[in-house]
Design a protein around this ligand. Structure first.
Ligand code: AMP
Ligand code: MG
Length: 405
């Protein structure tokens, strides 16, 4: 039996071979979920100009300093300023100007009297409460100043970043595109959901699951209909897909069976490594490059749980690296395990689990075909190679499957 490669060595080899995608400027609306590839400094302050925080009257605070219910002050209303219409740029002492929220305050205005403190007069306004100097005026630059860092390189752009970038007038951001991932299932027994199954066929779960996992990781997934166990068909289908792939992920056909065509077809190229990784599930793995552009290819085992564990362990970090997203390897957490477990010495064990509030409960059995158990879990407990047993209450490493970090 040939030597097994450790999970960390295999992953290191993969990450060595993957280069982040080139950066380009993308339209702001397209950048949700992308990694910023530049520090964006505010080209302007926010607010951009002094403006009113209320609907009311612009005044000079001195003119109304003594206003009260008993001794109201009356001022002539000499104009009106709405948001987006700043015709009146200055006001004289002893006057008031009607002003709407967000409208620029005219020169000479040192406070805004909200409607609630007035009779809402049109030609003349009756003011019954005195604003403090500066009250109800939003000052230019009080939120963001020109040159402030609004998004730093490496930030995964979210809705609030988009809001801020738009507010400072950025129409685009230098960022890395979404990695394009071709997902292919292999197996003559596979059928698409929605068609009738023969007694010897199974529905193709992997290509749906892996394509969804690609999207969840921020990639673009191209799911290819399953390919039969025939080397010629596989090579042809693969060749057709390379043009749109930053990476290719296949499942099935890499064990030592008679019909393991992925291995059979790609071994001949000499550019794809096939071998065993010291993990359970997910031992048979392949990784290398194919085609003129040397497109990285991951050949994952076919059992759905093995395929998913392999994806989360090897493909996800690669997608993150392509996208410039750090850390490439999502950090594990620690949790208390509720039940005891045994594990084979020399293999990293990935145990399906449900995780909540630092407690991990193993879910279901060991079999790598148990996709029902997989769907019930939200975490893997990862038992390192040297660990052979854990007891209830022990501290274990846990990888959360849906965590967006
Ligand atoms: P293989 O790695 O091709 O030997 O497949 C191992 C097991 O996983 C077999 O029972 C396959 O039928 C099953 N399998 C392979 N690919 C898929 C798939 N895309 N969806 C569901 N089961 C699969
Ligand atoms: Mg197969």
């Amino acid at each position: 039996m040939s030597e097994l490669v450790s999970v960390s060595d295999h992953l290191a080899r993969i990450l060595d071979a993957i280069e982040p995608l080139p950066v380009y400027e993308q339209a702001l609306i397209e950048t949700l979920g992308l990694t910023a590839a530049e520090d964006v400094a505010a080209p302007m302050p926010l607010p951009a100009f002094d403006n009113s925080a209320m609907d009311g009257y612009a005044v000079d605070a001195q003119d109304v300093a003594t206003a009260s219910e008993d001794q109201p002050i009356h001022l002539p209303v000499v104009g009106e300023i709405g948001a987006g219409q700043a015709r009146l740029l200055a006001m004289s002492p002893g006057t008031a100007v009607k002003i709407m929220t967000g409208a620029p305050v005219p020169q000479g205005c040192t406070a805004v009297v909200p409607y609630e403190w007035t009779d809402r007069g049109v030609a003349q306004v009756r003011i019954t409460q005195a604003p403090k100097p500066g009250q109800h005026i939003r000052r230019a630059g009080e939120d963001v100043q020109t040159g402030d860092l609004v998004v730093s390189e490496g930030t995964v752009i979210g809705p609030r970043h988009l809001g801020l970038l738009a507010a400072v007038g950025k129409a685009g951001v230098m960022s890395r595109p979404r990695p394009r991932v071709v997902v292919m299932s292999t197996g003559s027994e596979l059928r698409d959901p929605g068609v009738a199954l023969g007694h010897d066929s199974v529905y193709d779960a992997n290509s749906f699951m892996l394509a969804a996992a690609v999207k969840a990781a921020g990639g673009i997934a191209y799911r290819v209909a399953s390919v039969p166990d025939d080397a010629h068909s596989f090579v042809e289908a693969l060749g057709d897909q390379l043009v749109r792939a930053d990476i290719v992920v296949t499942s099935g056909g890499v064990s030592a069976g008679d019909y393991d065509v992925v291995k059979e077809a790609l071994s001949k190229l000499g550019t794809v490594w096939f071998g065993g990784v010291a993990m359970q599930p997910g031992k048979p793995q392949g990784f290398g490059v194919v085609g003129d552009d040397e497109t990285p290819i991951f050949t994952l085992p076919g059992n759905p749980v093995s395929a998913y564990v392999s994806f989360m362990t090897f493909v996800l970090p690669a997608i993150r690296k392509l996208a410039g997203r750090r850390p490439f390897i999502r950090p594990a957490r620690t949790a208390r395990i509720t039940h005891g477990l045994t594990s084979i010495e020399g293999k990293t064990q990935f145990v399906r689990a449900s995780y909540d509030a630092s407690v991990a409960t193993p879910v279901g059995g060991h079999g790598s075909h148990l996709i029902g158990d997989l769907a019930e879990s939200n975490a893997f407990i990862v038992l390192p190679r040297e660990v052979t047993r854990v007891a209830p209450g022990d501290s274990v490493h846990v990888v959360l499957l849906d965590e967006d970090v």
